[in-house]
Design a protein around this ligand. Structure first.
Ligand code: ZN
Length: 137
């Protein structure tokens, strides 16, 4: 068994944005020749999130729309907005999560037909990192 670490840089251009990073994660897996095990995809941020779901453009809009409805950007209800005005982004991170664990078989991410790894920016534009860890052989 071995462990490998990597990092993907993600540049976002909008306050709210979704990016399909599946190809970059698969590419990294191939670059380290990970064949069998798991990959963790981890966002070291408190105002962006990682989801595994379908990357259909309408749905990506719906995801951001739902998060906005739930977390109410700019709302005076949130105490954090008094100092940082991005409580909605922190709360989205709490709701969606900051990581994913994906099985690897035969050198491929094990994803269902419609599953993609989606980076969700909730307080851009920013330079972001996504940390990857492979555990396996
Ligand atoms: Zn904040």
């Amino acid at each position: 068994m071995r462990v490998a670490h990597g990092r993907i840089r993600v540049v976002t251009n909008e306050r709210f944005e979704t990016l399909d990073i599946t190809g970059r994660v698969q590419g990294w897996l191939e670059s380290i020749n990970g064949r069998s095990g798991i990959v963790t995809v981890y966002v070291p941020h408190t105002t962006a999130t990682i989801a595994v779901n379908e990357a259909e453009p309408g749905l990506l809009n719906d995801i951001v729309d739902l998060l906005k409805q739930l977390t109410m950007p700019g709302s005076t209800r949130w105490k954090h907005n008094r100092i940082d005005n991005n409580a909605h982004a922190h709360l989205s991170n709490i709701l969606v999560g900051h990581s994913a664990v994906i099985p690897v078989m035969d050198g491929r991410l094990v994803l269902g037909t419609w599953q993609r790894i989606i980076f969700i920016e909730m307080d851009g534009p920013r330079n972001r990192s996504v940390h990857l860890t492979f555990i396996g052989e």
